[in-house]
Write a protein that binds this ligand. Structure first.
Ligand SMILES: [Zn+2]
Length: 117
């Protein structure tokens, strides 16, 4: 279950991003972009996140996960398309030699911090 390690990294990054003069601030929301090929199960990540945020400035924060589609490009004919099923063959020329343009991301897009009052 690699989601646990990822959840811990998110907490580390988010905690480090809280400005020094806002040490009592609480993180309200963490916005995440996850590619469909990154092998992250959103539900397990949320579950792990809820466990690791205890007694951190992220306790009670909401984890918002946006899943990104897998976009690939055929190296033979430059055709570009969004993969909706686990078939990585170009629909135009049937070549299997493709580049993955997106779908592997794991990015924290923003962290919303609440003031201490
Ligand atoms: Zn092609």
């Amino acid at each position: 279950m690699h989601e646990m390690g990822i959840a811990m990294q998110i907490v580390e990054i988010a905690t480090a991003s809280i400005p020094a003069d806002m040490q009592c601030a609480r993180v309200q929301r963490v916005n995440l972009k996850v590619g469909k090929l990154s092998a992250i199960v959103a539900d397990s990540l949320r579950f792990c996140f809820d466990l690791v945020v205890k007694e951190t400035p992220l306790e009670g924060a909401e984890l918002v996960i946006e899943e990104l589609p897998v976009v690939v490009r055929c190296k033979a004919c430059e055709n570009q398309w969004t993969v909706t099923e686990p078939v990585f063959v170009c629909p135009v020329c049937k070549s299997g030699d493709i580049d993955i343009l997106s779908g592997l991301e794991l990015d924290i897009t923003s962290i919303e911090i609440e003031d201490e009052d």
